[in-house]
Write a protein that binds this ligand. Sequence first.
Ligand SMILES: CC(C)(COP(=O)(O)OP(=O)(O)OC[C@H]1O[C@@H](n2cnc3c(N)ncnc32)[C@H](O)[C@@H]1OP(=O)(O)O)[C@@H](O)C(=O)NCCC(=O)NCCS
Length: 388
Amino acid sequence: MEKILEDIRVLDLTHAWFGPYCTMLFAGLGAEVIKIEPPWGALGRMGPGAMVQGASTSFYALNNNKKDLAINLKSPEGLEIFKNLVKKSDIVIQNFLPGTMERMGLGYDVLKELNSKIIYAALSGFGQTGPYKSRPSFAPIAESMSGHIFQTGESADPDGPPLGMAGAYGDLGPALWAASSILAALRYRDKTGKGQMLDVAQADCMVSLNTVAVTSYNMLGMSMREYREKYPQARGGIGGITKTKDGYIYIAGFRPRAVEKMKLQLGIEELTSDIIKELVSDKTNAAALEYLLGFGVPVAEIYSVKELVKDTHLIDREMFTEVEHPKAGSIKVTNFPVKFSETPGEIHSATPLLGQHNEEILSTILGYSTEQIQKLEKQGVITADRSA
Ligand SMILES: CC(C)(COP(=O)(O)OP(=O)(O)OC[C@H]1O[C@@H](n2cnc3c(N)ncnc32)[C@H](O)[C@@H]1OP(=O)(O)O)[C@@H](O)C(=O)NCCC(=O)NCCS
């Protein structure tokens, strides 16, 4: 079946979550994504997460569908191979510190000379400009600076300390901004023949993801806590995290027509959090859901990952799929989440081994002979894990 990005080749230098999650989106839409790792393995291959057969579990989650070329870009031969690949590619994505690509001789000025159509996305913590540009970053750094960690704490306990967010949204949110912007740049390139550089900063994207708090503050001079107190229909209004007989559910009771229906049927003037929580306190999760959904109240069980992987709706939506890894065996991963009617996304292969596709890439894209490839391996320019 046709894949929407099947004619697109991405050179993927990304090494930690923010980058690999972005490039996995391209791989899921059918692009040829070539993961380029140093011979000693990318940062993300080593962690975080438990190591299974030589790679971290997070690495298995973030690199499905990709090909792998393990190459030393600090050797002249490695650099030449990369530059030749740039001439035959559409997109280059990296998430090193600003300056790292330039030190390797691979800044945008060099890349665009090699291929004026190339779209180059430089992903970083704070961007390529500004006073903080040289600061290293991981998800919680961007989550802290963009107000999310403060607000998460305030949301859990208005008088308590800030609270870290689960889920690395400081990586995964900006990754989606990067991917959608690169796709827009691809459309521009297709119309004009011109490539361009995208400077995508985790901090900027996370501030954008906090747009409601920022805009509300600018308009009303209120924090999110003050805002919620004054406007209880906002998140955290009626309901919230609610204890039932056998667990927890989340009641997002700010759907006006559902609230009105409950008030009418219960014969009450006002629906408060205390009332709605009391109504479900002696019900099981399943019964509480059935009861509240009867009024059209948005409600969900608060799942652990152990529970979510068993959910019949998510299974029905094919949100989990199995891939076969040469060393780790069969791995159940999350599937491509968006359903296209004409050109479906797909997860078809597991995270590659280090250098798994060296031969394929060098011979089919660049026309290297077997002897040349063997020589490069002997010289340590490329390397491959053949332990499977
Ligand atoms: C994540 C981060 C803190 C890691 O720091 P780091 O390991 O020092 O990473 P850098 O980006 O500076 O450097 C990578 C090094 O590997 C080298 N390298 C990478 N790929 C290589 C290859 N194929 N061959 C040879 N060397 C390679 C680089 O040249 C660089 O070496 P240098 O510092 O000697 O120049 C940093 O990359 C960063 O802040 N990135 C931007 C924000 C981000 O995306 N964070 C991750 C979110 S999960």
